[in-house]
Design a protein around this ligand. Sequence first.
Ligand SMILES: [Zn+2]
Length: 192
Amino acid sequence: MHKIDLGPVQFVEGLQYSFPDHLCANCGTTLAVSVQIQETRRATYMLLGGTELTFKLPIPTCEQCAPALKRRPLSLINKIFIALLVSLALATVVLLTVTLGDVSMPVSDSVLLGMSPVLGFGLTAAYFMLHRVRAPQTSYYQPVRIEQVKRAFVDSTIQKIGFAFTNDAYGRAFAQQNKAAIQAKLISARKA
Ligand SMILES: [Zn+2]
């Protein structure tokens, strides 16, 4: 069992959780597993604006999956933003080549510019395809997610935390170990 240290943040009575430590939270192996800290940031919103909490979760991992613990999952919005940046960079290169290089292009500038977003999104999609996981790993990114943090409006105590797991077996072990808090609806566990 590992204590969770969140500094000055208060939890509502009975809200506690611990992570099973006998299997890798990502690939599920029970061989050579060690507990490492996964940092998960989560913004919560209260009366006077938002605060960002950093949860330091003690997550068991094998050596192969250890790098994933440091990779924060990217949302679809993040990926689209990256694709837009890549497109913009390509468009800039096209414009610079045309203006500075004074080169005659086989196709018109506007066609090249028009192709920038297509290429940008294509390259970004290809990058994320290449960085997908291979079985038995379940995630290229952090295997344990915090999907929900409910804080009280007035005293800002944490009322509920929703966890999600990329590895089914690990999620089940977590649910088993934290049965009481789950039944009390203080925490929840589901598949990521
Ligand atoms: Zn593993």
